[in-house]
Design a protein around this ligand. Structure first.
Ligand code: SAH
Ligand code: SF4
Length: 346
């Protein structure tokens, strides 16, 4: 497949191209409808578009640039998709059904430059950013796999990559996902997770409309955080201030994510530091017991805390007045944390 995908074009660009090929603006809207509403990846299926225009478009573009490469279904219904990009690299997205809800987790980069010590996505650095079209195509591909009667209800940008380091791809992609003429998913059902880039978080806050923000905090003191997230240069205080200002601007409560690692950041002192840091902030802390990655267990000796330890940590935070949720394990029998399926492929 070529990189010249319609999914990367803005509506204005598509209209220019269609009229440049002798078509009418309303025909650009028809093409757009096939692309976003029907998820059509073949010009020949765009039945109400004149054959001459279809042929002319097909000479220069393909509707999509990404294809499904592999799908792995876990016992709990979570389905992990490995997608092949036009340059043969891979990214992952995960479909997570949960009662009436269906959440899709998508990626923003091939690999990740941040290099958190516990994460499979960052093990080999970053290869490149995904384009806006490549980000939205994950939604199109996942949507097409849903059984009759199921629709996507939530989107989390928590797959491979650091979203704040690819805002040029992410923001137009989210706009398209949110757009009633695009995927039509409400902004309040969209959550973007970041490892902490205050300047970019500010730019993200300026973008309309109000998406949810999750900040991967992991530790409340700078020394420990630096050990876990070695490349982020902003201090914990700066990151929390940026989260606070997101709340002030958008009136959306911020979620802090804490990946719990046995004996590393799940101690009483870690809970106390976190209480001191977050006590006065309207927020929720989401505790995520670490999903072990074999290569990382061997290299860094990290471990997943026991359930009792996770519960104890949660109780300490709650005792300090913090709202806490604990993430249930999903897709545990299938390389659950994002980045692990691609890791196998590499
Ligand atoms: N780069 C962004 C978004 C992608 S990671 C960020 O770091 O926030 C999404 C979440 O998954 C983050 O909170 C991250 O800390 C967590 N995560 C990464 N690897 C994990 C693993 N092996 N087990 C559990 N959570 C993990
Ligand atoms: Fe990148 Fe997020 Fe993984 Fe850290 S946790 S390496 S920021 S994807």
């Amino acid at each position: 497949m070529s990189a010249n995908a319609l999914t990367d074009l803005s509506d204005a660009d598509l209209t220019d191209i269609v009229t440049g090929l002798g078509g009418k603006p309303f025909q650009a809207r028809q093409v757009s409808h096939w692309l976003w509403k029907h998820g059509i990846s073949d010009f020949e299926q765009m039945r109400n578009v004149p054959q001459a225009l279809r042929t002319a478009l097909a000479a220069k573009f393909s509707p999509h640039s990404t294809a499904l490469h592999k799908a792995e279904l876990a016992a709990d219904g979570t389905e992990k998709l490995l997608l092949k990009l036009h340059d043969n690299d891979n990214v992952e997205c995960v479909i997570i059904p949960d009662g009436e809800r269906t959440t899709l987790c998508i990626s923003t980069q091939v690999g990740c430059p941040v290099g958190c010590v516990f994460c499979a996505s960052g093990m080999f650095g970053v290869r490149r950013n995904l384009s806006a079209g490549e980000i939205v195509e994950q939604v199109l591909i996942a949507r097409a796999r849903l059984p009759e009667g199921r629709r996507l209800t939530n989107l989390v940008v928590m797959g491979m990559g650091e979203p704040m380091l690819n805002l040029d791809g992410l923001l137009p992609a989210l706009q398209r996902i949110h757009d009633p003429d695009g995927i039509n998913l409400g902004a309040r059902r969209i959550t973007v997770s970041t490892s902490g880039y205050p300047k970019q978080m500010e730019r993200f806050a300026e973008a309309d409309p109000s998406y949810n923000l999750a900040v991967s905090l992991h530790a409340a003191d700078d020394e420990l955080r630096k050990e876990l997230v070695p490349t982020v240069t902003s201090s914990v205080a700066e990151i929390v201030a940026a989260a606070d200002s997101y709340f002030a601007k958008k009136n959306r409560e911020v979620t802090f994510e804490v990946v719990l690692l046995a004996g590393k950041n799940d101690r009483r002192i870690d809970a106390n530091n976190m209480i001191g840091l977050l006590r006065d902030l309207p927020c929720t802390v989401n505790l995520i017991p670490w999903n072990p990655v074999d290569e990382i267990v061997q290299e860094h000796g990290l471990g997943r805390p026991s359930e009792a330890r996770v519960d104890a940590f949660a109780a300490l935070l709650r005792g300090g007045g913090i709202n806490v949720t604990v993430r249930r394990q999903r897709g545990a029998d299938r390389s659950a944390a994002c980045g692990q399926l691609r890791l196998q492929e590499l």
